[in-house]
Design a protein around this ligand. Structure first.
Ligand code: ATP
Ligand code: MG
Length: 225
């Protein structure tokens, strides 16, 4: 494989995916095009940090739903590392694992994919400043959330101003450290709304893949309000 090919950026997409839905799928698909990503590696959180609401579906079930959702997409792959680890899922630890020589090594550009809401909360993440030494960060628009420096916490706004770059091609020039934003088809879909629809016995069909909805029904997930 040529040097240029080996250095194409790898997208990293973490989340609770409780359940995975079409907003997630479009984010990853559009990021792959907009940022010329080789592959997007989906990493469901095993045990999200205590500050987040605990997921309703188990880690294994959320992993299986992602597996079904991305099945057949040659640019997508799944990483069960956080689900299998017996510890709180911190993105910084996951990126440190990916940087091991036996995994991705230190040269390959990694791009952490986030929606605007997740990015705005990033300065509350464990060892958050270290994240920019390990990966680039790409921020997707999400209806109802803006990506303005003025509306970010001050420390994150400072990092955002320093690291923001306009041209996604720059992501291939360094392994980590830049921030890009990219436009995606605005989709007002959230896992919260899907869980609410299921609890009310209304249909979330077409907000998520049929294969995921079938799994949800098979395992009677999200039925309690
Ligand atoms: P919940 O409502 O339970 O918080 P969610 O829909 O926000 O679920 P998460 O698993 O929390 O899904 O999100 C994983 C990532 O996907 C986050 O970076 C989030 O910002 C992003 N994301 C989720 N839904 C969308 C969407 N509709 N458009 C753009 N980004 C999204
Ligand atoms: Mg969320």
């Amino acid at each position: 494989m040529s040097e240029a090919l080996t250095l194409r950026p790898l997208g990293i997409f973490g989340g609770t995916f409780d359940p995975v839905h079409c907003g997630h799928l479009r984010l990853a698909e559009e990021a792959a095009d907009a940022l010329a990503l080789d592959t997007v590696r989906w990493i469901p959180a095993g045990q999200p940090p205590a500050r987040l609401r605990p997921p309703l579906a188990s880690a294994r079930q959320r992993l299986e739903m992602v597996r079904r959702a991305i099945d057949g997409n040659a640019r997508f792959e799944i990483d069960a590392g956080e689900v299998e680890a017996d510890q709180t899922s911190y993105t910084v630890l996951t990126l440190e694992r990916l940087r091991l020589p036996t995994v991705c090594g230190t040269a390959r550009p990694l791009v952490l994919l986030t929606g605007a809401d997740a990015f705005a909360g990033m300065s509350s993440w464990h060892r958050w400043e270290r994240l920019f030494e390990l990966a680039h960060v790409a921020v997707a628009c999400r209806p109802g959330y803006s990506i303005q420096a003025d509306s970010l916490p001050p420390a994150l706004a400072e990092v955002y101003r320093q690291r923001l770059c306009d041209d996604p091609a720059e992501l291939s020039e360094a392994p980590a450290g830049r921030i890009v934003s990219f436009a995606m088809t605005p989709l007002g879909i959230s896992a919260t709304r899907i869980r609410e629809a299921l609890a009310k016995r209304t249909s979330p069909r077409y907000l998520l893949p049929d294969a995921v909805l079938d799994y949800i029904h098979l395992h009677s997930l999200y039925q309690e309000s």
